[in-house]
Design a protein around this ligand. Structure first.
Ligand SMILES: [Zn+2]
Length: 197
């Protein structure tokens, strides 16, 4: 049995740009059981075992989002979740995986003719490259860049942290993070040097 190679699409953008919603929409277009969702196990912000966007989380219902498999971010292994019926795998928050861990898994899916859509932050709140996202975009067949809305009304390309907590891997929602334009990012981070992003 030879199947055509699958394609990899990467969706990147700041917090609150609708990345998870894009993944949910993709899954919902497929017949039940033919598309599965994966997320790193570090990400239990709103719900274990479901993909839940920030908008859905605000609705405060228990059955929001779509079912998702939690995968250890250090040793991602998608194989246990695959059935012969699966033709699409979506992966949320790929910034929490390393490229070295994620890329071989994705390659395996593509080689089996399974399409992959991966979403994540390309940069953290300090404009530093975040996890696997940028490198996945380099090997992707298609890249979609989403933006959010800054409080000043401009398009928001960046994320910023509202409270002074150190470290890149700090999981949070609207209480801790926002999306902003470049001008406002500098207002939020007056102490940080521009690094050209
Ligand atoms: Zn702004």
């Amino acid at each position: 049995m030879s199947k055509e190679r699958g394609t990899l699409k990467v969706i990147q953008g700041p917090m609150f740009a609708g990345k998870t919603t894009e993944l949910e929409t993709a899954v919902c277009m497929y017949e039940e059981g033919t598309a599965i969702a994966i997320k790193p196990s570090i990400d239990n912000r709103y719900s274990e075992g479901r993909l839940v966007s920030h908008d859905e989380a605000m609705r405060n219902e228990s059955d929001v989002g779509i079912p998702a498999f939690n995968v250890d971010r250090e040793h991602s292994d998608f194989l246990p979740f695959l059935t012969p019926a699966v033709v699409l795998v979506v992966i949320d928050e790929v910034n929490f995986f390393s490229f070295e861990v994620l890329a071989p898994q994705i390659e395996l899916l593509l080689a089996q003719g399974i399409d992959v859509v991966a979403a994540g932050l390309a940069y953290d709140a300090f404009k530093q490259p975040f996890g696997a996202t940028l490198e996945l975009a380099e090997i992707a067949d298609a890249v979609v860049e989403l933006t959010a809305l800054c409080e000043c009304g401009k398009r928001a390309k960046h994320s910023y942290r509202k409270k002074p907590i150190e470290g890149q891997l700090v999981v949070g929602g609207a209480d801790l993070y926002g999306a902003c334009c470049d001008v406002c990012w500098h207002l939020h981070n007056p102490q940080l040097e521009e690094n050209g992003v």
